[in-house]
Design a protein around this ligand. Sequence first.
Ligand SMILES: Cc1cc2nc3c(=O)[nH]c(=O)nc-3n(C[C@H](O)[C@H](O)[C@H](O)COP(=O)(O)O)c2cc1C
Length: 356
Amino acid sequence: MPSEVKQLVIYYFSGTGNARNVAKWISGVAVERKIPTEVIDIAMIDRKHIPRPPAGTMIGFVSPTHGFNYPPVSMYFLFRFPRSNGNRFFLMNTRAGLKLSKWFVPGLSGLALWLSAIILLCKGYHIVGLRSIDLPSNWISFHPGVKEKVVESIYGHCKRITVAFASRILDGKRVYTAFRDIIQDILFSPVAIAYFFMGRFMLAKTFYATLDCDRCDICVENCPVKAIVIVDKRPFWSYRCESCMRCMNNCPKRAIETAHGYITAAMFLINLVILVLFWRWVSSLVTLPADKGWLKIPFTFARWGVTFAGLIVTYRVYHYLLKIPLVRELFYYTSLTRFRFWRRYRPSKKMISELH
Ligand SMILES: Cc1cc2nc3c(=O)[nH]c(=O)nc-3n(C[C@H](O)[C@H](O)[C@H](O)COP(=O)(O)O)c2cc1C
């Protein structure tokens, strides 16, 4: 017979509210059972000095999935999390759920739950729950925000799943629903690794503030990782950016866009000019023997390094060029997100009002 839960502490990271709402739904179930419960936003605490959980406390962690993994801020949090006192721990990730006709289509977790479960097992925790929740996708750099009606429907479906999960976990049962996806998760693991080391930095560089920005600084103040800084009297997205989408979805002036045109031009410049010149220079120094294919590995890393450096330089340059009206116009007219039909993402209004 598993010992009862004396206290529940749920930590979460959330860009646009999905993971936060899952944490709140679970705390609602615990409160109904009169279990003392705390819900903690990891963006609001000192993540380097997390108190060790007392024995008998169950811990939960909820975070969105970014590039088939937890975002780095969540991974670093779990890395630094204190060792277990014999505690139980459950892990959840919110993913990009869709609804096609009447079917709910799940997102993809990749390494999100598996890497973090390994970290926590090494710290001595008993993992009692691993579950993904397919709330609506907030990735509006890629697609317009999901329609309100669909958001409400997906939210209702996910709330039922989350409450059932919480009830089972608090009854002392173990729920490992994530094992259903393990094969596809393993298949996506190389993409997760590439995204962690490269992809997210590129995405951070796709945001810019248009002329509609009136410097209200809501984006700067609300950024959960303090990645937006003011440079040259304009918001500038630094490499700390997790691309969580909070800034873009919450801007009251709709003045934050994804610079699709810029990223295409930068990639063109880097791949067809800078990298070609780089390879010519490398070939003039060394000749790669055809039978030693493995020698290509350091060159692949060098290529990534050049791409990365190219992005840093081009983004800095573009940022300053934004002062020129023509460049501003070019940026604006090549951003898909500027179109009115490209909705911003808002979590379910109905469900949020229930939480307050
Ligand atoms: C940069 C970025 C990458 C994402 N990558 C994935 C992914 O790999 N798999 C997935 O299912 N959803 C992915 N999503 C969707 C989010 O995980 C999903 O919408 C989540 O519920 C958002 O939670 P939040 O509102 O708490 O931030 C991604 C979203 C963003 C912004």
